[in-house]
Design a protein around this ligand. Structure first.
Ligand code: SAM
Length: 355
């Protein structure tokens, strides 16, 4: 065994034992890792996930209800400046219909995601959350609609929303500035995350792997942020360029690094809800299965109506896991069974174990 590999295994062991690493150890690990380190981390990560969740995977049905966005994130296909595609907004009735169908298929969590769309102000969204929670009291509702004021988050929480996903995108303010427009503030995004957690949401942060200007050092800061923040969920997927954004010619993020980071997140935070993301499944047809084997325990099939799917194009070639039958008899279930896992019909809350 060469000395570098041994050092990285020691770093991974230390992370497992202490649930943190000093910044320079993170940077060294993320600068020098290789495939055997990735496999070593995956073995530990999968063991930790299996001990908590058994061979079960939680599913969430995602409804992408509006692709209208006031922001101009340089990486994102639905950025305001992209005029090359059709915008859409689902109505309340359409969203409710998607969730009703999802309920019949066995979903017990609905994720409502959109751009930052002024025609969906918090009071309108709160009314929708109330309806969904009345229709399906045994379900969780997750929101992912971007940055709001604290009292607006509180309104949504009081309406019954259980969880909120807001990727921090990068824990390095200078890196953040290179991915966003000057009117977008890293401090505000971080404040939003603190507000969400304080209000009581099961809060998710996360970042793209291989975003332009990302370095082992910015990734080390991401891992430090996750260590301190202790999110309930972490969304990590590869950056994938979109042809109508300023980052069209940038290389996509690597699948193997994404898998390594999923494993490191599991080791750092064994209880966390960790999706094998759509972006991972887009980069590699077996990406979701590989994600589960690396320590992920959540998959988010798409419940959006067929006719709008192609319009929620955050990046090129975005795929979806489609479930239009009960999840226990779905293709996704068959794919998971092949790797020894099965879908659990439940809300899949943070802290819920399924062994
Ligand atoms: N507007 C909400 C927000 O800001 O959190 C939710 C929607 S936003 C489009 C969801 C996530 O998509 C972002 O947090 C970002 O990490 C991811 N995303 C956007 N463009 C991407 C790309 N080109 N490749 C991979 N992920 C991307």
């Amino acid at each position: 065994m060469n000395a570098q590999k041994r050092q990285n295994e020691l770093r991974i062991d230390r992370l497992n034992a202490e649930k943190r690493l000093p910044r320079k150890e993170w940077t060294a690990l993320l600068s020098t890792w290789d495939d055997s380190d990735r496999a070593y981390a995956a073995g530990i990560a999968r063991g930790l996930a299996d001990a908590r969740f058994g061979h079960n995977v939680f599913v969430r049905g995602i409804v992408e209800f509006s692709n209208v966005c006031r922001n101009d994130c340089l990486y994102c296909g639905i950025r305001k400046s992209n005029l090359n595609f059709e915008r859409y907004r689902l109505t309340e009735a359409e969203i409710i219909e998607c969730c009703d169908a999802g309920y019949e298929y066995g979903f017990r969590t609905f994720v409502l995601q959109s751009g930052e769309d002024a025609s969906w102000p918090p009071n309108r969204l709160a009314a929708l959350v109330r309806t969904l929670k009345t229709n399906h009291p045994d379900c969780a509702v997750t929101l992912s609609v971007g940055e709001l004021e604290r009292d607006e988050y509180q309104l949504l929480f009081d309406a019954g929303a259980d969880r909120y996903l807001l990727r921090h995108e990068t824990a390095d303010p200078e890196h953040y500035a290179k991915l966003h427009m000057p009117n977008q503030s890293w401090e505000r995004r971080m404040q939003c995350l603190r507000d969400l957690k304080e209000i009581g949401f099961q809060t998710g942060c996360g970042f793209m792997v291989g975003s332009p200007y990302q370095t082992p050092n910015t990734l080390a800061k991401d891992m430090e942020f996750i260590t301190e923040f202790r999110p309930a969920m972490i969304g990590i997927g590869p950056f994938i360029p979109h042809c109508d954004t300023p980052f069209r010619d940038e290389p996509a993020g690597r699948v193997d690094l994404t898998l390594f980071l999923l494993s490191l997140c599991r080791i750092l935070h064994p209880d966390v809800l960790l999706p094998a993301t759509t972006a991972l499944g887009t980069m590699d047809p077996a990406g979701r299965e590989k994600g589960v084997l690396a320590g992920a325990n959540v998959i988010m099939p798409n419940l959006s109506p067929e006719q709008v799917r192609a319009k929620y194009m955050l990046y090129n070639n975005k795929t979806a896991v489609d479930v239009d039958t009960h999840i226990t008899t779905s293709d996704l279930q068959a794919r998971l069974r092949k790797i020894g896992y099965t879908i659990k019909v439940s809300r899949g809350d943070y802290g819920e174990t399924s062994c």
